[in-house]
Write a protein that binds this ligand. Structure first.
Ligand code: C5P
Length: 229
């Protein structure tokens, strides 16, 4: 049986690690839509485009030579044949990505690509039975509102900042959390101007992971999935 799981959430909610684990546990493909916006941003920076120039950014992204690898044991992102998996996680990209992701032409194009990948996986791409875990900011609401499971992964601001500090700085002491605060809060504020991911839409199950570790969160998601399968 083909299964589509949509998971949205803010920065630091843990949705990427959780979604990847859930996909691996269920033998499904894993689509990181944030990585697609990051790749688009990386490409614009490479091409020296002024990110505030909406038309120039749109034109470039409409021709984006992007390839997404959806194996949850090693997801990949290539732009024009270059493996950008690490480059797109640089803080310069994290700081710039919202400017590109709030461009409405970019969003339309990314959503079209995301739906094409999800549709291909539904009918059996990576997984033999077909199916995908897709995560981002607007998957439950716009990209795949017809998903079998729709979840919003949230966490307290404190938990999200600590997680992001550990990811980026390898520590969650006060200095590391402070260094992360601006990027996380500003990005969520900017992103929420074009996507509704801070509050669950109708029919979307909210899971607060503040008090849960990775394993606990994965188990909680799998428990929700098991209710519909
Ligand atoms: O999930 P991640 O933090 O890697 O996402 C990077 C950026 O991509 C977000 O800050 C947001 O600007 C954009 N994004 C989006 N819609 C999605 C996924 C990500 O606008 N579905």
């Amino acid at each position: 049986m083909s299964l589509t799981i949509a998971i949205d959430g803010p920065s630091g909610s843990g949705k990427s690690s959780v979604s990847r684990r859930v996909a691996a546990a269920l033998g499904l493909a894993y689509l990181d839509t944030g990585a697609m916006y990051r790749a688009a941003t990386w490409w614009c920076v490479q091409q020296d485009v002024d990110l505030s120039d909406q038309d120039a950014v749109s034109a470039l992204v409409l021709e984006l030579p992007l390839e997404m690898g959806v194996d949850p044991s090693g997801p990949t992102v290539h732009v024009a044949g270059t493996d950008v998996g690490e480059a797109i996680r640089e803080s310069s990209i994290s700081t710039a990505v919202s400017a590109v992701a709030t461009n409405l032409t970019v969003r339309d194009e990314m959503r079209r690509l995301q739906r094409a990948i999800i549709d291909a996986e539904r009918s059996g791409g990576f997984s033999s039975g077909g199916g995908v875990v897709a995560e981002g900011r607007d998957i439950t609401t716009v990209v795949a509102p017809d998903a079998d499971v729709r979840m919003l992964l949230t966490a307290s601001e404190e938990a999200r900042l600590a997680r992001r500090a550990r990811d980026v700085h390898g520590a969650d002491d006060a200095a590391a959390v402070d260094a992360t605060r601006d990027e996380v809060l500003r990005r969520d504020a900017d992103d929420s101007t074009v996507s509704q991911f801070l509050v669950a839409a109708d029919g979307v199950v909210t899971l607060d992971s503040s008090g849960l570790d990775l394993e606990g969160t994965v188990d909680a998601v799998l428990a929700v999935v098991s209710q519909v399968t």
